[in-house]
Design a protein around this ligand. Structure first.
Ligand code: 2AM
Length: 192
């Protein structure tokens, strides 16, 4: 019997071995009230700019995108990120925008956030120390609300205030209805 015939009988396993990597990123992960507010903004933006809304359970703000990391390195990552010297802070998400090049409709900040920038820098510094690669392009803070959106005229939006008191490491699992995310670990930021 051929190998494919054997595979059909279940006598041997078919298909390539699953790669032992996970697609990872650090993110701000909203509490329920912030998630609901972001989701409402997504509904509103969708009425204007169309496209596909992100599912409420996936809404987040990416801090650092790592991409595929060998599973064997995840423990070192979980243990290595510590003592991030940034206290809890607030984000005022007050600007809706659309990027024609990737057709993303997003919510972001009209004012630069020093605390957010410091958090991203601290994470990048620790990742370098751990020798874990990441996407080192300039960070553009945004929450993706729509994909494949047509965009349109600039819009005034109701701001969403987000009290940030921690961040998470997320693993992304691509599926037919879009990516599903597993939060692997949460780190708390010091509150006064
Ligand atoms: P996006 O929503 O603007 O696509 C998981 O893919 C998260 O990581 C998303 O928030 C995504 O941003 C972000 N991200 C940042 N850099 C990425 C990259 N090079 N490839 C895929 N996702 C990236």
């Amino acid at each position: 019997m051929t190998e494919s015939g054997l595979a059909q009988t279940g006598l041997i396993e078919s298909g390539p071995a699953k790669p032992a990597t996970r697609r990872l990123f650090f993110a701000l992960w909203p509490d329920d009230a912030t998630r609901n507010a972001l989701n409402r903004t997504g509904k509103w933006l969708h009425q204007h700019w169309g496209g596909r809304r992100m599912r409420a359970d996936t809404l987040h703000l990416t801090l650092v995108f790592l991409g595929d990391l060998p599973a064997a390195q995840i423990d070192a990552l979980l243990q290595g990120i510590q003592n991030i010297p940034i206290g809890a802070f607030e984000l005022n998400l007050d600007q809706a925008g659309h990027w024609p090049h990737n057709r993303i409709g997003w919510l972001g900040l009209s004012q630069h956030s020093q605390a957010l920038e410091s958090l991203v820098r601290a994470l990048r510094d620790q990742l370098r120390t751990l020798d874990i690669p990441f996407d080192a392009r300039p960070h553009t803070p945004h929450i993706t609300l729509l994909r494949k959106a047509q965009g349109g005229a600039a819009l005034e939006c109701l701001p969403v205030n987000w009290a940030v008191d921690g961040f998470v490491l997320v693993a992304s699992n691509p599926q037919a209805d879009g990516a599903h995310y597993d939060v692997l670990q949460t780190w708390r930021l010091a509150t006064q």
